[in-house]
Design a protein around this ligand. Structure first.
Ligand SMILES: [Zn+2]
Ligand SMILES: [Zn+2]
Length: 413
């Protein structure tokens, strides 16, 4: 693999300033899920200029670039494009100041605090290198720029528009920048990311004046008791060797101190690795929400799904091949990673098309910060993806992510 990449390395190095500038541009102009119009236009224009066969507006804002380069395998590479409805507090000179509107109409700050801006920039760099070095590989390259990862809607939306007219890939590859020493590559066969389920629970009470609780069914109490009781789903109902997470991220009810409201809302998020654990946790959550309502004398709550991500389970044989390529190229910088309790809709493509897929992590934490944290056992304190302080050390991360995708693609091409 080292010999195969060697002729490409000059092009990769030459591209770094351009790809870094593209990254910063995406970072300054973040766009919310399924509204990635500006990003998608830049991507489509860039690929068209390179000479790719480009289809845009796939699943609203998705872009697919295809390059046929002789006989051989078809490799699909995927990058997600959306930012998050949150403010950035890194204080970086190119920090986001953007305000946006969610699809529900709520005004919110918008920032790329998950690193999808880097994912897009990386893959544009890869597109450029693979086009410039068509003599170094054979087959078909399919680049998929996906909208709406953060809402679990983008991959499914693209799949609806990709039923015909696209080659079926032999392998699907994707990567995510994460907390980890900058420039390292973490791979893992089998489960690497959890399933994620987000639920919206509406408790129906009966409103009254705050001075007459006897006339009310208090939904605030229902939400409060349920929040506490739900903690026992993990601590008392889940085996210690089966990891699972249940977080109540929002608890909302009422407007004023002397009004008992009609209803209260809980929004919760569940992460699991095993299908059986996922089923049990979901069943228990529904049971507890209903039973706490009944305990208050209220009717059943309304429970709806906000989003649902399947587990990301890397194909074993393909991951072994990839691990060999990564170790040959990156040496000690490639390592066997622990699974992460994050979720992705990346696997939807492989699931729908029944094609093996591999997803891996690229470390983006400044080396000195990482080494200190490891020494002091404070890795968990490094601001991670979705923190307003999440920061990527661009050198060497820009280069490592481009190299990882190229090394991975060439494993099949
Ligand atoms: Zn994210
Ligand atoms: Zn992400």
């Amino acid at each position: 693999m080292k010999q195969r990449i060697a002729p490409l390395s000059g092009t990769i190095t030459r591209l770094i300033p351009e790809i870094t500038a593209l990254y910063k541009d995406f970072h300054v102009h973040p766009e919310l899920s399924m509204q990635e119009f500006r990003t998608a236009k830049i991507v489509a224009d860039y690929l068209t200029k390179l000479g790719y066969q480009v289809t845009d507006k796939v699943g609203v804002t998705g872009v697919v670039g295809i390059l046929h380069n002789g006989k051989g395998k078809t490799v699909m590479l995927r990058a997600d494009m959306d930012a998050l409805p949150m403010a950035e507090k890194t204080g970086l000179p190119f920090a986001s100041q953007t305000m946006g509107q969610t699809l529900d109409g709520d005004k919110t700050p918008v920032a790329h605090m998950c690193g999808h801006d880097l994912h897009v920039a990386w893959m544009l760099g890869v597109a450029s290198v693979m086009m410039a070095h068509r003599d170094a590989w054979q087959g078909t390259l399919m680049l998929v720029f996906q909208p709406g990862e953060e809402t679990a809607s983008g991959a499914l939306a693209m799949l609806e528009d990709m039923k015909t007219g696209y080659p079926l890939p032999d392998i699907i590859l994707g990567q995510h920048v994460m907390v980890g020493k900058a420039g390292t590559i973490g791979y893992r066969a089998g489960s690497i990311l959890t399933a994620g389920d987000s639920l919206h629970v509406r408790f129906h009470g009966k409103g009254a004046h705050g001075s007459t609780p006897q006339n009310a069914i208090d939904p605030v109490m229902m939400a409060a008791f349920t929040s506490v009781r739900l903690q026992t789903v993990i601590s008392r109902e889940t085996a210690p060797q089966d990891s699972a997470v249940l977080t109540i991220g929002a608890i909302q009810g009422g407007t004023k101190e002397n009004i008992i409201p009609d209803e209260a809302i809980l929004k919760l998020n569940i992460r699991t690795f095993k299908g059986s654990v996922r089923d049990n946790v979901l069943t228990s959550v529904k049971r507890i929400c209903a039973c706490e309502s009944h305990a208050s004398g209220a009717k059943d709550p309304e429970i709806s799904v906000i989003n649902s991500y399947p587990v990301t389970e890397n194909d074993r044989v393909s991951t072994e091949l990839l691990a060999e390529s990564f170790t040959t190229f990156f040496g000690e910088r490639a390592y066997l990673t622990e699974p992460a309790m994050n979720s992705e809709d990346f696997s939807q493509f492989g699931r729908r098309w029944q094609v093996p897929y591999v997803f891996w992590f690229v470390g983006g934490t400044k080396e000195s910060i990482w080494d200190n944290a490891v020494k002091n056992h404070t890795v968990h304190q490094i601001p991670a993806n979705h923190s307003s302080l999440f920061q990527i050390e661009l050198k060497p991360t820009v280069q490592a992510g481009m190299e990882a995708m190229i090394v991975a693609a060439l494993t099949w091409l």
